[in-house]
Design a protein around this ligand. Structure first.
Ligand SMILES: C[S@@+](CC[C@H](N)C(=O)[O-])C[C@H]1O[C@@H](n2cnc3c(N)ncnc32)[C@H](O)[C@@H]1O
Length: 449
């Protein structure tokens, strides 16, 4: 029997939404079962359904007499897989419906074939009529929907974003529903930005923007990494433009001892090593041994080396060799609310109460790692969160309590505590970076603040 992609997608989405598993773990397992292009389609469907989950659920709400519950929940997600294809992909409706209905056989419940067929055909008609009436009335009926459905985020999160960013909340939430651009980090040990640009031109790979501060390049379209000039030789890596600010802000100097704390999968570790040659050493620690495998792989591809250690950043005594560091990057564990467009499962996995736990962990790590920094040294605190309680409020609290910590302003956002980057809907000449936060702290040599 041919493997049905829609059945795999429904299983994957069920595992994320109902069983709380991460998409990064589930998707590769299902992708292993299919070949080439089908891997991409499976990814597109899983990401799409998770991006638009409340809206898709709202679309089918009136089309079934009673919701599918218990063991039939996977078929609930199969219906959403069908609706997503009709609304958001170029797959012809008849193929989207027939392939989705065919998935019932693989999911071992042929009895639901008729129901799923009926719901999808009814949705197809309803959607067609809605499109026609929107054209007639020239207005969208999404205006009447509650924000959780209109913006496809949980209500608790929408409230937090509205409170923190009263003027930008809609743009942030809309950005989270978009596909992010593919950003390249050029290994400037090998090529200057202008030289690599030429290599892209020669390979007819289009880019839309080059970020002035770092040289991060946003491609016009995502492509297979193996088509990028010199990818396997370590000339280039994939890393969002926001994450590429870390090495620049850390600005490690020749001879420095550097700690990259919470380092896996090692994107920033490698960038620090590319950014400054002749560092004394870079120590990369992370609590998750399995995630550190990726750090080794990245270092190997880029032909770089670091001391990679499995360790708990909140408890340095267990792994630290008592040598103080000149520079520390602390890329703290966080809510990930700045990278929802890359990980749409975050919206459904993250719960409001998790934020409080994360804030305590961040506080512990920051306090304990601070003692590993040389007097006069610099620590960059970073998160991929947009919530002030994990970012500016965390740092404000730290510098109030820590007598030898001084906040150094970051020119891009010099009037605030740290630099908060926010995602926005992509524009051709202004592709969005991820939501990210950076604060730069200096350890005073004497404690007279
Ligand atoms: C935002 S990710 C780091 C991304 C990484 N810096 C990069 O650029 O590729 C956060 C990391 O923190 C790690 N982590 C969480 N709690 C930790 C702890 N107590 N000690 C050390 N690492 C921890 C997680 O395993 C995860 O890899």
């Amino acid at each position: 029997m041919n493997i049905n992609i829609r059945a795999l997608a429904a299983k994957c989405i069920y595992a994320v939404v109902d069983q709380g598993r991460s998409l990064a773990d589930e998707l590769p397992k299902q992708q292993e079962r299919v070949e080439g292009k089908d891997k991409g389609l499976l990814q597109e469907i899983c990401y799409g359904v998770l991006r638009f989950l409340p809206e898709l659920e709202n679309d089918v709400r009136g089309l079934m007499q009673k919701p599918l519950t218990g063991k039939q929940r996977v078929f609930h997600f199969l219906i959403l897989v069908g609706v997503y294809q009709i609304k958001y992909t170029r797959i012809p409706d008849h193929a989207a419906v027939s392939e989705t209905v065919a998935a019932t056989a693989q999911l071992k419940n042929k009895h639901l074939k008729g129901l799923i067929n009926g719901v999808l055909r009814n949705f197809q008609r309803k959607f067609q009529l809605e499109k026609e009436s929107e054209l007639d009335d020239n207005h969208s009926n999404t205006k009447k929907l509650p924000d959780a459905i209109k913006f496809n985020h949980p209500s608790w999160f929408i409230k937090k974003v509205q409170a923190a960013y009263p003027h930008q909340w809609q743009s942030i939430l809309l950005a989270n529903q978009e596909k992010p651009p593919m950003w390249l980090r050029v290994n400037q040990q090998h090529h200057q930005i202008a030289e690599y640009r030429k290599l892209l031109d020669d390979a007819e790979i289009e880019y839309q923007f080059i970020e002035p501060a770092t040289g991060a390049i946003a491609l016009s379209q995502a492509i297979d990494v193996n088509k990028l000039p010199g990818f396997q030789d370590g000339w280039v890596s994939i890393q969002d433009g926001a994450a590429q600010q870390a090495a620049r802000l850390l600005d490690a100097q020749k001879g420095d001892l550097v700690l990259d704390c919470c380092a896996a999968p090692g994107g920033k570790t490698c960038h620090i090593l590319e950014y400054t040659s002749d560092l004394a050493s870079v120590t990369a620690i992370d609590i998750e041994e399995t995630r550190l495998i990726r750090v080794h792989e990245n270092l190997q591809r880029l032909k770089l080396s670091a001391n990679v250690i499995t360790g708990d950043a909140a408890n340095p005594k267990t792994w630290w060799d008592n040598q103080l560091f000149d520079r520390i990057l602390l890329d703290a564990p966080c809510s990930g609310t700045g990278v929802i467009r890359r990980h749409p499962d975050i919206k459904w996995l993250r719960k409001e109460d998790d934020i409080k736990t994360l804030i305590v962990l961040q506080q512990q790590i920051l306090k304990n790692i601070w003692s590993l920094l040389k007097p006069g040294g610099t620590l960059i605190y970073a998160t991929c969160s947009i919530l002030p309680e994990e970012n500016s409020e965390q740092i404000k609290d730290f510098i109030t309590k820590q007598a030898d910590a001084e906040l150094i302003s970051i020119p891009e956002d010099e009037n605030n505590i740290g630099w908060q980057l926010l995602a926005h809907p992509n524009k051709q000449d202004n592709p969005s970076m991820d939501g990210f936060y950076y604060a730069k702290l200096k350890k005073l040599i004497s404690h007279s603040k």
